[in-house]
Design a protein. Structure first.
Length: 132
């Protein structure tokens, strides 16, 4: 789990650099397009190619927790990016919106850490109760 998280941060680091430079230069549309595009490619294309090569098994936690969390995140980004349709003001993803998205990210990291700790405890219990 830790290795996957480090790999995820490492592969996203170049996108982060591009997004920060684009934001500083005032090209926020590039940033939003890069974030949404990379998530779509990672989720749909990479997952689709992987499933074509080898069938994927989906655990109950993925079905009942992680997929709804992903859909909720996408819906929240949609709401944040379309303020003018809901509030009549110019659509801006500002500091408050960014803070909310970072909070969701921290919640997801905490959830992954919880899964890691609970699976480690289950493994230790299985090893302790193992009788040949």
């Amino acid at each position: 789990m830790i290795g996957l998280t480090i790999v995820a941060f490492g592969t996203s680091a170049p996108e982060l650099v591009v997004n920060v430079i684009a934001s500083v230069q005032g090209h926020s549309a590039i940033t939003l397009g890069n974030v949404i595009g990379s998530n779509l490619i990672n989720t749909l294309v990479i997952l689709g190619i992987t499933a074509l090569i080898y069938p994927l098994t989906v655990s109950k936690t993925t079905t009942y927790v992680e997929i709804p969390m992903s859909l909720l995140a996408a819906f929240i980004v949609f709401l944040m990016a379309n303020d003018m349709y809901f509030d009549g003001i110019t659509s801006v993803i500002g500091k408050v919106d960014g803070s909310i998205l970072l909070l969701f990210f921290l919640i997801f990291l905490a959830y992954n850490f919880y899964l890691m700790v609970s699976s480690k405890e289950e493994e230790e219990l299985e090893i302790k109760n193992y009788t040949p």
